[in-house]
Design a protein around this ligand. Structure first.
Ligand code: PRX
Length: 630
């Protein structure tokens, strides 16, 4: 297999010397033979109000429970623990806006902000178990809002600030949210994005919202509806917003958040995560894979609106007491050195980002990074899609100056944290996420669940439960059991939905999604969502969406549209349809191309054969057509 012949990058002695984990193989074997023992030991490193009676309850597979009987709250470890001693004065968050405004918060200040936010939520009637929808730009208040919900036992549902009102409305309705937290605007490449108007449109479509609290950030003119809309700063000035608030003691299995992610059907799934297991999993993976030291400045350049932001901007790093960097803006605005400028300015030690962002910055050449002193960097990370070796090498050589290991982490919204990733001491092969994290056994299998031969493509499975796993799809246990655990019920394997290969050294090479899910610039989108957005346009009768390789985005969306009778196929309509999908779902879902066709290839049962459309577009062999309708 060609991958195994690739150059292997070994960590320097310096990296090895300071690694939190000094040895993998033996410890890994131990974590597999005594999985519960491993997680028991990690969980004991955190504070609990009451210890658990049982590490893992497998009595209702696949609905696993972790740290059963334990009492905790993620905020106990993310904030409360740190403010008891001198650590309270340590910086928790450094935030910078695209325009260069800076705000920073110590753990002590973070606690104040979170308590005030929590008290405001309580005053609005938010109770334990209520789902609060959050639709904000990447500002500190977004983090405060998440932690405030957690603190009082409410469940947050963060909707990415780039999503459209339709996407926001459907998520509010699915969650039955009574309360929406938003901001007057966000910014991107010098332009102001009018978030509150989008929220207003969404609220018109989702009548469950009774209260909307708006943070003033971009000073945009917004309309406020009496008795429903409140300014955050007005509420914060009232006596109700006291800076003291008890953290509610919860069961380890109480829900922490839901996060919607795209799947094979049009309706996004609300993946549910819980307090106890998720606290243990995110902090352990973060500390071991990224060698986190208490004095580290950590920058995960994702958006908190995605799982990467939940687990590795907010929860894992705060539990580990790191200083986190937040930046609201584009990586290349106003110039392509924007990120490198911030790495230098703040002395960032670890940078964690996506292959799309790396490729996007690489195309501007080396000089933008070389103008800056990036010597504070110790480790680099990648997530969200396979990283092509060319981007890997550029990241390693130009950004990391040939001395920072690249931690390529494979995981999903559903997994809560890293499942496959190297450690800083692991020899690296560009493009491979290396080996399973402690406690996890992964396999590359065929439809029957048998391991495929080394070097051959198969389906990626996780063979065991892990503490950070999603517990269910909110409101749809059956779908959860069927979708993820149904195919390999006999073996008890979790189906990831990715195809992969394993090489002779046991390294995993992720190939990509196997289902109708696309990764576009690292964002996860369902073909069904894009298709139903197209069909919602009055001119469209039927539509199909596929992903085709794209140099920067990894994949680009190409769509095929059958128009209704008597609708003229014009260039203007193509542009209108592209725009329409953008309006319905958000700009990230806007198709690269809309192609008008007379018919779509379908199976006899009427399913669109996207595989065939893809093969045709790429000029490939069209494969097995035995189920094609003729
Ligand atoms: O296809 C895999 C890809 O992203 C999918 C999960 O997407 P999402 O739930 O949005 O979470 C993204 C951030 C964790 C996976 O099924 N993926 C994620 N990380 C990698 C990856 N593909 C290759 N290499 C990775 N490191």
């Amino acid at each position: 297999m060609s991958e195994t012949k690739q150059q292997v990058y070994y960590p320097s002695e310096d990296v090895i010397k300071q690694a939190n984990v000094q040895e993998y193989s033996e410890r890994y074997q131990k974590s597999i033979s005594d999985r519960e023992g491993f997680w028991d030991e990690q969980a004991k490193l955190l504070e609990w109000y009451k210890p658990w009676d049982k590490v893992l309850d497998e009595s209702q597979k696949p609905f696993y429970k972790w740290f059963v009987g334990g009492k905790t709250n993620i905020v106990q470890n993310a904030i409360d623990r740190h403010i008891k001693g001198a650590d309270r004065n340590k910086l928790a968050i450094i935030w910078e806006s695209e325009g260069g405004e800076v705000r920073s918060f110590s753990y002590y200040a973070l606690n104040r902000e979170v308590c005030q936010f929590a008290n405001i939520l309580i005053s609005m009637g938010v109770k334990k178990g209520d789902i609060v929808t959050i639709y904000m730009p990447q500002i500190p208040e977004l983090v405060f809002a998440m932690l405030a919900c957690a603190k009082i036992g409410a469940v947050h549902s963060v909707v990415y600030g780039g999503f459209s009102y339709e996407a926001l409305a459907s998520r509010i309705s699915d969650a039955n949210s009574r309360i929406l937290l938003t901001a007057d605007g966000g910014s991107r490449r010098g332009k102001k994005i009018d978030l509150k108007s989008i929220a207003d449109e969404a609220m018109k479509r989702s009548p469950t919202i009774e209260v909307c609290i708006t943070v003033k950030y971009n000073q945009l003119d917004v309309s406020m509806e009496a008795a429903r809309d409140f300014w955050f700063h007005d509420l914060k000035a009232l006596p109700i917003a006291s800076p003291k608030c008890e953290t509610v003691q919860l069961d380890a299995e109480d829900p922490l958040f839901i996060l919607y992610t795209s799947g094979t059907t049009g309706k996004p799934k609300g993946m549910l995560h819980t307090h106890g297991g998720y606290s243990v999993y995110t902090s352990t993976t973060h500390k071991m894979a990224f060698d986190i030291k208490p004095e580290d400045r950590w920058w995960c350049a994702a958006d908190p609106g995605w799982i990467t932001g939940h687990s590795y901007i907010v929860y894992g790093p705060l539990i580990n007491g790191a200083t986190i960097m937040l930046y609201e803006g584009a990586p290349d605005y106003p110039y392509p050195n924007r990120w490198w400028q911030m790495v230098e300015k703040y002395g960032i030690n670890i940078l964690y980002t996506s292959p799309t962002a790396i490729r996007g910055l690489m195309r501007f050449g080396d000089q933008w990074a070389k103008r800056h002193d990036l010597s504070s960097l110790r480790l680099l990370g990648s997530v969200g899609e396979p990283i092509n070796p060319e981007a890997w090498r550029w990241y390693y050589e130009v950004i990391g100056n040939n001395r920072c290991p690249i931690i390529d982490t494979w995981w999903q919204t559903e997994t809560g944290g890293f499942i496959i990733c190297p450690l800083p001491i692991t020899p690296l092969k560009p493009g491979s996420a290396a080996q399973p994290f402690f406690g996890n056994e992964v396999g590359v299998v065929d439809d029957q669940g048998n391991e495929v031969p080394v070097g051959e493509e198969g389906k990626l499975v996780i063979k065991n439960p892990w503490p950070g796993m999603a517990r269910t799809i909110m409101g749809d246990d059956d779908r959860y059991a069927e979708l993820y655990w149904g195919d390999y019920q006999k073996q008890g394997y979790y189906k990831a939905g990715d195809s992969a290969k394993m090489d002779a050294d046991g390294y995993i090479w992720i190939i990509g999604r196997m289902d109708e899910v696309l990764k576009v610039s690292g964002y996860r989108l369902g073909t069904a969502e894009i298709e139903s957005a197209l069909v919602s346009h009055p001119a469209v009768s039927e539509a199909a969406a596929i992903g085709l390789p794209h140099e920067l985005k990894g994949n680009a969306i190409h769509t095929y549209v059958i128009l209704k009778a008597n609708v003229a196929a014009t260039k203007a309509l193509q542009a209108e349809l592209q725009q329409h999908v953008g309006n319905e779902l958000g700009k990230i879902a806007q198709p690269e191309e809309v192609i008008f066709v007379e018919s779509l290839p379908k199976t006899r049962s009427g399913k669109i054969m996207r595989r065939l459309l893809r093969a045709k577009a790429l000029g490939l062999d069209e494969g097995d057509l035995s189920t094609l309708e003729t």
